[in-house]
Design a protein around this ligand. Structure first.
Ligand SMILES: C[S@@+](CC[C@H](N)C(=O)[O-])C[C@H]1O[C@@H](n2cnc3c(N)ncnc32)[C@H](O)[C@@H]1O
Length: 506
């Protein structure tokens, strides 16, 4: 584990232009934690760990958290009128559309290449003779974690930000003496992306060029209420609409939808970063991002209470929320260092493997639709040339040493989140943010997950999908239920609907 900390990097870091300034005061407890190396951080976490017990039942705890959440919403003029009990997955036609979308997503998670996918899709037929499972057979896949009453609380707040309190629990160790803080838990927390000025000089050039008036995108609308953007002349809204229409060849489904409070919908389960990108208002706009054209509004406000917990040795730490989150909600951002592939793989072999395991690649070097798109804009020629050069490379967000809660989300073959790219202020790779959006209604306590992709390896010769421990109904991991592994999308959609009905009544 490398030991770079916020303190070591303070003078080298450039906050990627899209984000607000993070709390870099480095005071008090945060200062001590941040200046410590990995061993030191683990020591601090171990020293502050304590056993906590509760006499509340799980239902009482969830009710209490829901009450607190609703009180928080009531305090916000912007969010007060939203209906957070609305189950979007079940909302009329949305149920059919959503279950088909999820079934397609789970189906695609099985294949490594586009060729395999095409072949499998051509053979994807409903099996009318299939016996339907009973509720008790499906019960193990309802998937709502209920922690024990006695837990080890490693830290009350891994973020050090009182507006975003995220506790970390260990539920696999009973006694404090036995608690081992893994290296991967001892990272520096950051709320926005950043660029290392020394490593990514071209990104710094792009950030500087983006400050020219012609290369900026921001709304200068009068400060009004939530719907202020719905004027087709506002640049960010127009840009959002235009970007949502960028499509990979052959995608004839409706464009995706990126908005503040949802539902954010995806265009297609395939080609996620090709076909699903949007643009958001930011603090530079007259609305300061407090409008409906900002899919980062909820993540930046840290609206949903989150918890990091460990209940499984193999999976490690995971994340869950004690409140219901409807489908299509951007729950959190995935933050870290914006790096080019060569920077990531220029690390020593061991470090590169470790960083790759946590990083998300969010663009494709041959994304010619995106090239065509920014070339059609009124940016300066110099900026367009630089963007063309930059976007021939692959970019990652690397949260290994400095990142946020997004880095703790587990993989699943039946994920409930999708990671999407959204830009603010301009279109360079330094203006990107990755948002993690729910693709189904997420019931209280359900661990969050996304699909790491078929190419993700846990060791030199082992793909994660072959050893996956998500244990959900169509998990591809060894030892999982074989009857679900090869299901067609039609049968899967039926099971997905039934699981949702079961979750609602639990
Ligand atoms: C990005 S990290 C996720 C956070 C990690 N659980 C932790 O404790 O730091 C990815 C690693 O988590 C583990 N992991 C995540 N999802 C898994 C799954 N479904 N099955 C097995 N291991 C998983 C693997 O070790 C993987 O390399």
């Amino acid at each position: 584990m490398s030991t770079g900390t916020v303190i070591d990097l303070k003078d080298k870091i450039l906050i990627a232009i899209a984000g607000p300034e993070p709390p870099f005061e480095l005071e008090g407890e945060y200062f001590n934690y941040s200046k410590a190396d990995n061993d030191g951080k683990r020591r601090i976490l171990k020293e502050q760990a304590k056993v906590v017990t509760t006499t509340m039942t799980n239902d009482e705890y969830l009710l209490d958290e829901r009450k607190k959440f609703l009180e928080k919403i009531q305090k916000s003029e912007l969010l007060r009128n939203e209906n957070w009990t609305n189950e979007r997955f079940m909302d009329g036609d949305a149920e059919t559309t959503n279950s088909k979308f999820l079934a397609m997503k789970y189906f695609l998670a099985r294949f490594n290449t586009a060729k395999q996918v095409s072949k499998a899709l051509s053979q994807d037929k409903p099996n009318k003779n299939r016996r339907e499972e009973s509720d008790s057979e499906l019960q193990p896949y309802v998937n709502q974690y209920k922690p024990p009453n006695r837990r080890i609380l490693i830290t009350e707040n891994i973020t050090f930000n009182e507006l975003d309190q995220i506790p970390v629990y260990c539920d696999i160790t009973k006694e404090l003496d036995e608690l081992v803080i893994p290296e991967r838990l001892a990272f520096d927390y950051i709320d926005c992306n950043f660029v290392n000025k020394e490593k990514e000089k071209k990104l710094v050039d792009a950030i500087n060029m983006s400050k020219e008036r012609k290369n900026q995108i921001k709304c200068e609308c009068a400060k009004k209420k939530l719907m202020c953007h719905k004027n087709v002349n506002y640049p960010c809204y127009r840009m959002n609409k235009a970007m949502q229409k960028i499509r990979h060849k052959g995608n004839t489904t409706a464009p995706c939808e990126f908005q503040s409070l949802g539902p954010n919908t995806l265009s297609h389960a395939r080609n996620i970063f090709f076909d699903n990108c949007g643009f958001a208002c930011s603090d530079e706009c007259a609305c300061e991002g407090n409008c409906d054209n900002n899919s980062l509004l909820i993540p930046l406000r840290h609206l949903f209470p989150l918890e990091i917990f460990q209940s499984d040795k193999d999976i490690g730490f995971s994340v869950r929320s004690p409140v219901f989150i409807p489908a299509g909600t951007p729950v959190m951002e995935f933050t870290g260092e914006i790096v080019e592939r060569a920077t990531l793989y220029g690390l020593s072999e061991e470090l590169a493997d470790e960083h790759a395991a946590y990083s998300i690649q969010w663009n494709y070097h041959d994304d010619w639709q995106f090239h065509k798109f920014f070339n059609s804009l009124n940016f300066t020629d110099e900026y367009k040339e630089l963007l063309a050069r930059l976007y021939k490379k692959k970019f990652y967000i690397d949260p290994t040493n400095i990142g946020n809660v997004g880095r703790m989300i587990a993989h699943s073959c039946c994920p409930n989140l999708e990671v999407l790219r959204v830009y603010r202020k301009s279109l360079s790779p330094a203006h990107v943010s990755l948002i993690m959006v729910t693709i189904e209604d997420v019931y209280p306590g359900t661990p969050f997950s996304f699909d790491y992709g078929a190419g993700y390896k846990v060791s030199k010769d082992t793909y994660l999908t072959t050893v996956c421990k998500c244990r959900l109904f169509s998990c591809q991991g060894n030892g999982s239920n074989d009857t679900f592994k090869t299901l067609d999308t039609h049968s899967m959609a039926v099971i997905i609907r039934r699981l949702h009905q079961m979750r609602r009544t639990t």
